[in-house]
Structure formats: structure tokens, C-alpha cells
Design a protein around this ligand. Structure first.
Ligand code: NDP
Length: 399
């Protein structure tokens, strides 16, 4: 059917690329391009020989010029951005210049402040619409599947959704005292920032990790979880009519939190550059360099993830509760694609999002968050490509 240009060759990209190759009818050809070309070549070597034709390229995704030249050479139908959030705008600029569809899994982040908001990317709406191309924002799991779940619940289960609690549980154990399951820099920025939730049309801010709850997750058991700010709260607060409150909770073990506190206390999680031996370095980027590479956690991680949304609202005038979730097993993911479940649960929806644009199932010029499209074909594809979802009408609620 067509060709995708995949930018980035890290944990998430590796899964998305495996999945594209399992779906060769749609992804006849892919080009893997990243800063370190050897990582692209290693993926090509591993996956070559199937029906999908694979090429590789070196690119600095901070440079619009380099990106435009690459897109002009490769002529993809869609660019799937699986580099870091810092590159979102340069890649969007290059897509505009070459009139190519765009998909990502994380909102643009300026290097010097942790914001987790969409305003920079939403500012491209008119330009994309005029160019007749689509930007699909946030096609990972959260954001991503959580938005698709919300659109699906609204379409099939409710007349009005009033409350959403997004619960992200990773009960995996990698055996290290401290490691992050995806890019350490982004992960630590996210969890050391202030928490917030959306209530009655405005943000309520909390101190980092101030709000803690215990939840008994299906197929996983009881875990401590903490309220965090998360980017999809912003778009769902606007796109789901009738919403009164949306919160996001993520589970953390005691060891992770103790290490994080200590690293914070000594200044290692700061994103403010400091001078070290005559050179400017960002402490958090240095920390990333000494932590285990998330891509190396696959073989040693055991246990499951459970990510989903609890909805409360009204159907035919009556109160209703509905829980949609996915359970994913780290070792099963590793057996299938050589990665742990956190990369898997992001890489699969990234491939599906690219597929939705590539085969024209979703076709709407402009810049959109994922919940603004028809959820049904995406829900079907989740079942088909390794992230089957489950539902419950009687879940425990979070107080
Ligand atoms: P990794 O750090 O493993 O991979 C990032 C890749 O991007 C690396 O291959 C890196 O190259 C490449 N890259 C970084 N900067 C540039 C640049 N300037 N030019 C070209 N390539 C570059 O990250 P992950 O795979 O864990 O995460 C990828 C994305 O997925 C992130 O944006 C993350 O926030 C998002 N994510 C989204 C989730 C969701 O559910 N929505 C969940 C988890 C992650 P190099 O190898 O040289 O470092």
C-alpha cells in the first residue's frame, strides 16, 4: 500500500518497526532514519528478509533542512516521529514543506522547561489544513490508546462522560535498583514535575507525588499509584463534552521513588545546564548516560502492565460506570519482538496510527488528537496487533 519514514531507532521505534513488518500489506516499504545510523542498520539486519522493504538513513531531526532533504528523497506517505519530544516541531515543519502526513506519540517539549502541553503543536492546525495533510498527535498508549478508549466509550457506552480516571500500572520487575522503562530524561521530567488534574474547566495543581491511592488492578493486584500531570488530560478536557474531572495515576514502587528523591535532592534531575570542567552539561542528560538503556531491559523484565480508563457518566438518564483496559506481559512482548511491555504498548499504537493515515481510514487535513477520530477501526486493530482490550461494568472506583 505505501511507505513510512520512521524517525528514531530507540525502544519504541524498534517495536513499531517490528509491527510494520508484521503488517507488510500496508507497510510495503519503510525507511528507518535516526541520529545514530548503526542502530537503524541493526534493526534492518534483524528484520530484513520479510515482505517489507527496509532502507536506513542518518538524520539530525533538529534540522528542518536535513529532514526536508530526506523526505524529498524517500517520498513517504507518512512520517512516524519516534525520536524525542524536542524534535516534534522541526519534523512537523519538514512535513509541511513536503506535504507529508505526520504521526507522533508525545507532545512537543522545549528543552529548557518541562511543560507537557499541546499549544505549540495546536498552533499548526491551520497550516496543516491548508496544506491538505494530517498530523495525528499522541498515538502511543498514554497518550494514544487512552484517547481512543475515551472516544469509544463516548460513542458506544455513554450519552455523557463526566469523570475519567486514567490508571497506568507497570508491575514489571527488571531487577535493577533504579532504571526507567522509557527514555530516562523524558520519564524523570514527567514524574518530577508538579502534578495536576482537570476539574470544572480548570487545572488543579498538586506537589509532585502529593496524591497517592492504592488500586487493585485486574490480573496484577494491589499497587500504590500517584497522581501526575499527563498531556492527554489537556486534549480530553476539551474533546470529551460534559467532562467534569479527569485525573491520571501512575504506579511507582518504593525503591524507584526513594532513588528518585535522592537524585533530586543532589540535583541530578535538573534540566538547568551547569558548567562542568569548562563544558555546559544538563545534569538530567548526564544521568541518562549512566542509567541502563531502556532497550536493554527487555530480557530481564518480568510481570505485567495494566493501563486503562475508568469512565463515569450517564446513559439513558442513568448513572453508569465502565472500565476499559489492556493487560500486557513483559516476557511475552520480549519473546515476540525483543522488547519489554512499556515499549510494546507504545510501539503497537504508533504503527496503528501510521496505518490509519496511510490506508486513508482516517483522512482529515489539520492537526488532531487521537480522540478526534472514529475509534472503531483503531480498537479493532488493537485486538489484531497484540494489545487486546478488556472491559468491566463494575470496577472498583478511585476515591
Ligand atoms: P529512546 O531514547 O529509546 O529513542 C529515541 C530515539 O530518537 C533514539 O534512537 C535517538 O537516537 C533518536 N533521536 C534523538 N534525538 C534525535 C535527533 N536530534 N535526530 C535524530 N534522532 C534522534 O526513546 P523511546 O523509544 O523510549 O521513546 C520514543 C518516544 O516515545 C519519546 O518521544 C517518548 O516520549 C515517547 N513515548 C510515548 C509513550 C506514550 O504512551 N505515548 C510512552 C513511552 C514513550 P540515538 O540512538 O542517537 O540516541
Amino acid at each position: 500500500m505505501g511507505k513510512a519514514l520512521i524517525i528514531g531507532a530507540g525502544g519504541v521505534a524498534s517495536v513499531a518497526i517490528h509491527k510494520c513488518c508484521q503488517n507488510a500489506e500496508v507497510f510495503e516499504e519503510i525507511c528507518i532514519a535516526s541520529r545514530t545510523k548503526s542502530k537503524c542498520d541493526a534493526l534492518k539486519e534483524k528484520l530484513e528478509g520479510g515482505k517489507t522493504k527496509i532502507t536506513t538513513a542518518q538524520v539530525d531531526a533538529d534540522s528542518v533542512e536535513e529532514l526536508v532533504a530526506l523526505i524529498q528523497k524517500e517520498k513517504p506517505d507518512v512520517v512516524l516521529n519516534l525520536a524525542l519530544p524536542y524534535q516534534d516541531l522541526t519534523i512537523m515543519d519538514a512535513c509541511l514543506e513536503t506535504k507529508t502526513n505526520y504521526v507522533d506519540t508525545a507532545n512537543y517539549e522545549p528543552l529548557d522547561t518541562a511543560k507537557f502541553e499541546y499549544k505549540w503543536q495546536w498552533a499548526y492546525r491551520e497550516k496543516f489544513e491548508k496544506a491538505g495533510i494530517t498530523a495525528l498527535l499522541g498515538s502511543g498508549f498514554d497518550p494514544g490508546v487512552t484517547g481512543v478508549f475515551s472516544a469509544y466509550a463516548l460513542k458506544h457506552e455513554f450519552d455523557e462522560i463526566n469523570y475519567i480516571d486514567i490508571l497506568d500500572c507497570n508491575a514489571g520487575d527488571h531487577g535493577y535498583p533504579f532504571a526507567t522503562n522509557f527514555n530516562p530524561e523524558i520519564n524523570i521530567r514527567e514524574v518530577s514535575a508538579k502534578g495536576s488534574y482537570w476539574e470544572d474547566g480548570k487545572w488543579i495543581e498538586t506537589e509532585p507525588m502529593e496524591i497517592k491511592r492504592v488500586y487493585d488492578f485486574p490480573e496484577v493486584g494491589k499497587k500504590d499509584m500517584y497522581l501526575l500531570h499527563h498531556e492527554e488530560l489537556e486534549s480530553l478536557g476539551i474533546n470529551i463534552p460534559g467532562i467534569k474531572r479527569i485525573r491520571f495515576f501512575m504506579t511507582f514502587g518504593e525503591s524507584y521513588l526513594t532513588h528518585l528523591k535522592c537524585l533530586e535532592n543532589v540535583g541530578m534531575t535538573s534540566i538547568e545546564p551547569i558548567e562542568f570542567e569548562g563544558k555546559q552539561i544538563v545534569p538530567l542528560q548526564f544521568l541518562k548516560a549512566v542509567l541502563p538503556d531502556p532497550a536493554s531491559l527487555g530480557p530481564r523484565t518480568v510481570g505485567k502492565t495494566n493501563i486503562g480508563c475508568i469512565f463515569q457518566g450517564k446513559k439513558d438518564g442513568k448513572d453508569k460506570t465502565y472500565y476499559l483496559y489492556n493487560v500486557c506481559d513483559h516476557q511475552e512482548c520480549y519473546k515476540e519482538v525483543g522488547s519489554q511491555a512499556v515499549s510494546y504498548t507504545t510501539g503497537v499504537p504508533a504503527m496503528i496510527g501510521a496505518m490509519m493515515l496511510m490506508n486513508g481510514t482516517w483522512n482529515k487535513p489539520g492537526v488532531y488528537n487521537i480522540e478526534e477520530f472514529d475509534p472503531d477501526p483503531f480498537m479493532e486493530a488493537l485486538n489484531k496487533f497484540g494489545l487486546p482490550w478488556k472491559e468491566s461494568y463494575t470496577p472498583d472506583l478511585v476515591d
